[in-house]
Write a protein that binds this ligand. Structure first.
Ligand code: SF4
Length: 322
């Protein structure tokens, strides 16, 4: 999953943190945490009837700096507050690859390298129609598979990986996707990130997905300075309980795709600005920042052609659709 959304209906679904445009500037450690969400039923009902909205407006701190001498305990508290805030903003956070079983998720995740989840989701329906099982895929004619996955880029290398991992699943795992990290990473083209995506979302085994968004955001938040994804994963694993790992990953990636973009983070429209030492790295004017928000914000379609029922935005269009 290379990249993903705005707290859009953050406020609509429930009242997120008690931060408003009128609130006084706060230091990171002083940010309030949102009140508990209302019942899922009520929230779902609202999501179905209310239009997408921008996240609440925040009065960003005037001089939020890297907390000097922040203790590990203070960092853990601030990081967990950010996670709670993100849970308020993105209660519908989810994996943004379409899949119906572990095999499809594994294949889609391999295909997502160097492209968007949207492009993968637009490509996989034809791929899985042609090769629904590892046995079918392992027996594919390479040139035919290359044509099917060409829209995802690097299609020759990805075809090689998919043929290799399908053969390995067929020959070594009885045609099933293993549910252990040590087995998954032995498959061709499968690294820790892909393995954690499969474990967390197909098997319910907690996993931290350190993709480009996750790494960028945790460094902006000064949870770590590490660039190596494996080291980032270890640092974050030490901050959060296992039970949070999978959803934390989705929330952070959602935030990176919708608000805290790589080149132009929308700081002036960011609901966690009071907790962020990097506030000001992007646009701080609230109006200009709101225009930078992406995806379900303003009715934009999401990445999935088949999103979860509670997704407040529109499904993504099929390949070639207007
Ligand atoms: S958008 Fe700005 S304030 Fe929000 S998390 Fe990113 S850098 Fe921090």
């Amino acid at each position: 999953m290379t990249s993903p959304k705005s707290g859009t209906r953050a406020k609509a679904a429930k009242a997120p943190a008690k931060v408003s445009a009128e609130a006084p500037a706060r230091t990171p450690g002083a940010a309030k945490v949102g009140k508990p969400a209302k019942s899922a039923k009520v929230a779902a009902s609202r999501r179905a009837t209310e239009p997408a909205k921008a996240p609440r407006t925040v009065k960003a701190p005037k001089s939020v700096k890297v907390p000097e001498g922040e203790s590990h305990l203070a960092l853990v508290r601030r990081a967990r507050r950010i996670n709670r805030e993100l849970a308020e903003v993105y209660p519908y956070a989810h994996p943004e690859l379409d899949f119906r079983n572990p095999f499809e998720l594994l294949v889609a995740t391999v295909l997502s390298a160097q492209t968007t989840d949207l492009r993968v989701n637009q490509t996989t329906p034809a791929l899985f129609a042609a090769y629904p099982t590892p046995e079918d895929m392992a027996a594919a004619v390479p040139e035919e598979m290359e044509e099917l996955i060409r829209p995802t880029g690097f299609f020759r290398a990805k075809t090689k990986s998919l043929l290799g991992l399908s053969a390995a699943l067929r020959d070594d795992f009885g045609g099933e996707v293993p549910d252990r990290l040590e087995d998954l990473v032995k498959l061709p083209g499968v690294g820790r990130k892909t393995a954690n995506v499969v474990l967390g979302n197909a098997y319910g085994v907690p996993g931290i997905t350190v993709d480009t968004h996750f790494g960028r955001l945790v460094r902006r938040w000064k949870w770590t300075d590490e660039e190596d994804p494996v080291k980032v994963e270890a640092v974050v694993a030490d901050i959060f309980p296992k039970s949070e790992w999978t959803m934390l990953s989705h929330r952070v990636i959602f935030h990176g795709r919708r608000i805290c973009h790589s080149r132009k983070p929308a700081c002036g429209a960011c609901p966690i600005a009071p907790l962020c030492p990097s506030y000001g790295e992007g646009e701080t004017d609230p109006e200009k920042a709101r225009k930078l928000l992406k995806y379900e914000m303003g009715g934009r379609p999401g990445q999935r052609l088949s999103p979860p029922p509670d997704f407040p935005g529109k499904p993504a269009p099929a390949l070639g659709a207007a």
